[in-house]
Design a protein around this ligand. Structure first.
Ligand SMILES: *Cc1c(COP(=O)(O)O)cnc(C)c1O
Length: 408
């Protein structure tokens, strides 16, 4: 690459330095293992393999079939699922395929409001899901910042959805999949759990699993699962055929075989005790950091966290998410601005930031480092216009990062 395209090479090298030298607190990110990166950059990217293992529309698929069979078998074992499709290119496309498999144009879907922690692909008006289907929304309680299942039930009774969606992008608490199942049964709806964020925690037994309760489960493989950028669908055997048809030929062409090989590697690693220990520590670290921020006077949506992320409500500090994200970024602490429930600001400004602990935990950081990070966040946000504070923190961030390299 250095010879063929020095411009792109420079960008990639810059990204390597950025990842090494910054504190990544974006809740949807993680670091894929070297073995996953190796599979992703393999020659399997050259191969066309439309169809499914041993039933392809192309010759020469004997080795990519091995990779896809391994990915499917391992995913089934990891989650205890009856059927798995590992071909979706992204979380959004996995959701699209599930919708195509059970919904007709104009059917009602019920998901969590985007500004309360839901995802664009759960029925937001600008997304295909809000344009091809009729979106309805439930929300979190204004008082507690948490889901109130009796309120979800009353919305479901009123709007009579064909599909209920649970699983979120910015919800810091445990999801009660059993309660969602009961609501879905009462109103005669399908239930889809989108576990994109928490799949790794579920695989490690750190968050309850929806496998017993949901008709369909979608997940990305690149968030807490630590795999390649991609996704998969888990479902009961009775939906296997229609889900497979909805992925290919319904919404995708040729599968990304290099990515599927990397998914297989990721699922193997996710069954190991190192991975389970890491997921447990992610939650321990998240609670520690939440407690630290709380004691510095920050308000957290719902008061804390049960998982890998927290949402900081900055209104008490008279700051916006946009300003906080930029100031922390200058100090080498990478977070994203995020709407908080009932946010008075626009999605470009927001009143909150979302903070997640997967990346720093994978780097081996624990309690003591969480306290340092909480302290530095407080320092920057308490001295928002002070350049010397930011450059002082930037130096300490660099020292901390150098002590905990991403790839060793
Ligand atoms: C990240 C996420 C997705 C989408 O994944 P992409 O791969 O970015 O399309 C879907 N659902 C939820 C809940 C997510 O957090």
């Amino acid at each position: 690459m250095a010879d063929a395209d020095p411009d792109v090479k420079r960008a990639v090298d810059g990204e390597i330095v950025r990842q090494n030298d910054g504190l990544e607190l974006i809740a949807s990110e993680s670091y894929a293992s070297m073995a996953v990166l190796e599979a992703m950059s393999s020659v399997m990217t050259n191969k066309y393999a439309e169809g499914y293992p041993h039933k392809r529309y192309y010759g020469g698929c004997e080795f990519v079939d091995v990779a896809e069979d391994l990915a499917v078998e391992r995913a089934k074992k990891l989650f205890g699922a009856e059927h798995v499709n590992v071909q979706p290119h992204s979380g959004t496309q996995a959701n699209m395929a599930v919708y195509l498999s059970v919904l007709n144009y104009g059917d009602t879907i019920l998901g969590l409001n985007l500004s309360h922690g839901g995802h664009l692909s759960h029925g937001h008006p600008v997304n295909f899901s809000g344009r091809l289907y009729k979106p309805e929304y439930y929300q979190v309680s204004e008082k507690t910042g948490m889901l109130d299942m009796s309120e979800v039930a009353s919305v479901a009774r009123r709007v009579k959805p064909k599909l209920i969606i649970c699983g979120y992008s910015a919800y810091p608490r445990t999801v009660d999949f059993k309660a969602f199942r009961e609501i879905a049964d009462e109103v005669g709806a399908f239930l889809m759990a989108d576990i994109a964020h928490i799949a790794g925690l579920i695989a490690a037994g750190v968050h309850p699993s929806p496998v017993k309760y949901a008709d369909f489960i979608t997940t990305t493989t690149h968030k807490t699962l630590r795999g390649p950028r991609g996704a998969m669908i888990l479902c009961k055997e009775q939906y296997a055929k229609q889900v497979d048809k909805a992925v290919f030929p319904g919404t995708q062409g040729g599968p990304f075989m290099h990515t599927i090989a990397a998914k297989a590697v990721c699922f193997k690693l996710a069954m190991e005790t190192d991975f389970q220990d890491c997921m447990r520590q992610i939650v321990v670290n998240s609670k520690r950091l939440a407690g630290n921020l709380n004691s510095s006077g920050f308000n957290l949506v719902s008061g804390g966290t049960d998982n890998h992320l927290m949402l900081v409500d900055l209104r008490g500090r008279k700051l916006t998410g946009k300003v906080a994200e930029a100031a922390l970024g200058e100090a080498g602490i990478i977070v994203n601005k995020n709407t908080i429930p009932f946010d008075p600001e626009t999605p470009f400004v927001t009143s909150g930031i979302r903070i997640g602990t997967p990346c720093v935990t994978i780097r081996g950081m624990k309690d003591a480092e969480m306290d340092l990070i909480g302290g530095m966040i407080n320092e920057v946000l308490s001295n928002i216009g002070d350049a010397s504070v930011k450059s002082g923190v930037r130096k300490r961030v660099l020292e901390l990062c150098r002590r905990h390299p991403v790839y060793v």
